[in-house]
Design a protein around this ligand. Structure first.
Ligand code: GDD
Length: 377
């Protein structure tokens, strides 16, 4: 059987007047060349919404490869929680979330899928607040509330999107891998945007048309939930930023120490090599080997007891480390030897210049390899 590519999540509560029609419209507009599923997440609607959704699927299933499944939850647990439940059960790599009351027009689904594919972005938001988008049928009070909530999200949570309150969006499922969600209230998209910071976003305009049948479930508790959710997300963002700052300061100070040690190693290497080559009158290649051994040892001691002083290693560990350090450094040494030989003998370049070049390149590869493997936590 072919793998499902697109999963459409349709949360429902008391949508008996809309569910048949919206499923029909979705069926009409989903691209026929893609394997798609719709997951209706119903919170035990007393008006039999779930049964109507199932009846609709029975009526079409012989004629289509599009599947419709109904998750029946035992109580009204909230919109975001229903969306999250649907996402967890989805088999597609692309998730589309929308209302079931016709406020979100299914005819823009193909455009959302195309945008997601062609612009290689991670999230596509159907937006009311970009050129071409609008709202029809909301009273002034609801429009104002939406604008205020949007402003709070954009400023307080540093969200770039024009419509982070949208309930109509598509995203690649893998961007939320490993993330934990609180799914409070209505604003699932907002939580996804905060927790996938850095994800690439595109917006497509649409006209939100207030429902003609049934009634909105948004009430005073939704506003309270929104405040609670924004506060939690604000604290989440602050913690992430603090952790990132701490990590980068730690990284920079370690890198600075490692490079300083590397630089001191260059000096040790150069001086020892020159000392052996000139004062002790040793053949220049042997002198270079001595310089390498001296610098490996001094670099190791300094890195262990200064750069990585916060890491507690046993004596046994020190030997293993020295082995690794020397092993990786030998690769650098071979590079250094080869280069010196090639430059002096092959290109007739003076030994001091050849040595400087070779020591620089060897020290760099030394740094990369040892940083990654020898002194890892
Ligand atoms: N399963 C489930 N459980 N579904 C729910 C619940 C719930 O507790 N509450 C609402 N829904 C479903 C409705 O059946 C509908 O399909 C959709 O969620 C939207 O609910 P409405 O109550 O009609 O929302 P609205 O139109 O007032 O709010 C709209 O505007 C917001 C933007 O300001 C929605 O489009 C939201 O998705 C959107 O975020």
């Amino acid at each position: 059987m072919q793998q499902t590519e697109i999963s459409i999540i349709l949360p429902t509560y008391n949508e008996s007047k809309n569910i048949w029609g919206i499923l029909e419209h979705i069926q009409k507009y989903i691209p026929k060349d893609l394997m798609t599923e719709t997951i209706v997440v119903d919170d035990n609607s007393p008006d039999d919404t779930a049964k109507i959704a199932e009846d609709y699927f029975h009526s079409i299933k012989e004629k289509t490869s599009h599947t419709i499944s109904v998750i029946k939850r035992n109580a009204k647990k909230g919109l975001s929680s229903a969306i999250l439940n649907g996402i967890q059960e989805a088999s597609g790599n692309t998730i589309i979330v929308m209302d079931s009351d016709f406020s979100h027009p299914p005819n823009i689904i193909p455009k959302m899928i195309d945008t997601l594919k062609q612009t290689s972005c991670d999230i596509v938001i159907a937006s009311r607040y970009i050129k071409g988008g609008s709202i029809q049928g909301w009273p002034f009070k609801r429009k104002l509330m939406s604008k205020i909530a949007t402003g709070i999200a954009k400023k307080g949570l540093k969200i770039e999107s024009h419509d982070p309150m949208s309930g109509f969006f598509a995203f690649k499922k893998n961007i939320i891998d490993g993330l934990k969600f609180d799914a409070i209230g209505y604003k699932m998209l907002l939580e996804i945007l905060v927790k996938t910071k850095g994800a690439k976003i595109q917006e497509v305009p649409y006209t939100f048309t207030d429902r003609k049948a049934g009634s909105s479930k948004l009430g005073a508790s939704t506003v309270l939930d929104y405040c609670k959710s924004v506060w939690k997300l604000y604290k989440y963002g602050r913690k992430v930023r603090k952790d990132e700052a701490r990590t980068s300061v730690r990284f920079l100070s370690k890198a600075a120490r490692f490079f300083t040690v590397g630089a001191s190693g260059l000096g040790v290497n150069y001086l020892a090599s020159m000392l052996f080559a000139t004062s002790a009158n040793i053949w220049y290649l042997h002198a270079t080997v001595m310089g390498i051994i001296f610098s490996i040892t001094s670099n190791f001691v300094l890195n262990k007891y200064w750069t990585f002083e916060d890491r507690d290693f046993s004596t046994k560990r020190t030997l293993v480390q020295y082995g690794k350090f020397a092993g990786f450094s030998s690769i650098g040494a071979l590079v250094q030897l080869g280069m010196v030989y090639y430059l002096v003998d092959g290109w007739d370049i003076s030994y001091p210049i050849s040595l400087t070049l070779a020591v620089g390149i060897a020290a760099f590869s030394n740094f990369i390899l040892n940083k990654k493997w020898t002194f890892k936590e």
